[in-house]
Design a binder for this molecule. Structure first.
Ligand SMILES: O=C(O)C(=O)C[C@]1(C(=O)O)C=C[C@@H](O)C=C1
Length: 258
């Protein structure tokens, strides 16, 4: 692990994030998939489940993936906790570079509410085509890659800690969050990341034809010619992905000497 290799990982995740957002943006908002489910035939009061179709779909999908060993790899963190034994795949011992007492740190709850409350309304147009299963399957893909990218802050923090143990150790012992945040921040790097991811959205989100020029959408400043609005992707990184990654880094460091 080095700063270069962890940054390469984050850079590669950008591709997956942009493509998963493009996929979700194909479908309308499909609001009923996110409302609590109402069981019943309409004759009686019915039974209101405390969960939405999206939540049930994600829970069941994660349970299968848990059985298949997905979460044996510490890079992957589920949104729900499972006690299902890992039975569908041959055992494989993942090694991890993380410090064991800090490896549990994650911000999946914040990612979950950011995704459904803030990002989704920017991504999907109003409307309902009742295509709920494929829609929430694309939500799951977005959530999984956002979670992997943001919670990868643990690995970034580990590299930074090893690179400057003395300074980090005294700030961790003093529980000085603000100083830790300042020390791990590189504004120049954040700027590179935000501009690159916006550019990826403009490149990956074009319509390609076999002949003739590519639809670049450059004449359209609102970005509507692109499959996902590049300014939304910039905003996603600026307001949520990078700040949450830094929150993970600070929390990880605070447990690094436990
Ligand atoms: O690349 C780093 O050094 C990171 O810590 C990752 C990251 C990011 O989320 O992209 C977060 C904080 C830094 O200010 C710069 C970038």
């Amino acid at each position: 692990l080095s700063l270069d290799t962890v940054r390469e990982f984050l850079t590669r995740e950008e591709d997956t994030i942009v493509f998963s957002l493009i996929e979700r943006a194909r479908y309308p908002l499909n609001r009923p998939a996110y409302d609590p489910i109402h069981l019943g035939d309409g004759a009686g009061p019915g039974r209101r489940l405390n969960a939405s179709f999206a939540e049930l779909f994600i829970r069941e999908s994660e349970a299968v993936q848990s059985k298949a060993g997905r979460y044996q790899n510490l890079q992957e963190i589920p949104f729900f906790a499972y006690r299902v034994p890992f039975t569908l795949a041959p055992p494989y011992n993942f090694t991890s570079e993380l410090y064991p007492a800090a490896a549990f740190v994650n911000v999946n709850d914040a990612i979950w509410s950011m995704y459904f409350n803030e990002l989704l309304p920017l991504l999907a147009k109003n409307g309902d085509d009742r295509n709920y299963a494929v829609t929430v399957d694309s939500d799951l893909a977005c959530l999984q890659v956002l979670s992997r990218r943001i919670n990868y802050g643990r690995y970034v923090a580990e590299v930074k800690f090893r690179g400057d143990q003395q300074t980090y150790t005294s700030l961790i012992q003093a529980k000085d969050r603000d100083a830790l945040m300042k020390l791990l921040t590189s504004e120049a790097q954040e700027d590179v990341v935000k501009r690159r991811v916006e550019k990826k959205a403009t490149v990956f989100g074009q319509s390609i034809t076999s002949d003739g020029p590519i639809e670049t959408g450059v004449n359209n400043s609102s970005g509507t010619n692109f499959k996902v609005d590049p300014s939304v992707v910039y905003k996603l990184y600026d307001q949520w992905v990078i700040p949450l990654t830094k929150q993970v880094e600070v929390e990880y460091l605070l447990h690094r000497l436990d």
